[in-house]
Unconditional design. Structure first.
Length: 135
């Protein structure tokens, strides 16, 4: 017989997370800024994947020192017109995140906007129209 896994029991980590992990669970329901938008082309998808790969293999603190065109940019929340996924705020993750929104560029194709909690980058929107904040 197969034993059940106790999901409530948390193990102590034997390492300190030092790389970003990306979570797509709370992307906006607004179709203009999620992966369902028709303007989100195959080329944009490839560029997002390439950027995710690059950001996830480097150390988090190193990325914070990169120029914004290569790494991450912090933008005050009041400057971003984004409707957060309701479950993101209900889950209380929102309260534990770093201040502001964090953005990474997908070249001249768009921007990925999210929040960071420890080393988890919650992807909340993909802006291929450059309309969620002033550029």
């Amino acid at each position: 017989s197969q034993s059940k896994i106790d999901l409530k029991r948390r193990k102590t980590l034997r390492f300190t997370p030092d790389r970003l992990a990306f979570n797509f669970s709370f992307i906006t329901r607004d179709h203009k800024y999620n992966f369902e938008d028709k303007s989100f082309s195959k080329l944009a998808k490839v560029k997002v994947f390439d950027k995710l790969l690059r950001l996830s293999v480097e150390r988090y603190h190193a990325i914070l020192g990169w120029p914004k065109r290569l790494g991450l940019e912090n933008i005050p929340e009041k400057e971003v017109a984004l409707a957060l996924h309701p479950e993101f705020t209900k889950s209380l993750r929102y309260q534990d995140c770093l201040p502001g929104f964090w953005v990474f560029r997908i070249s001249d194709t768009g921007r990925v906007i999210g929040k960071i909690q420890e080393t988890t980058f919650y992807v909340l929107a993909v802006d291929t129209k450059f309309k969620l904040y002033k550029h």
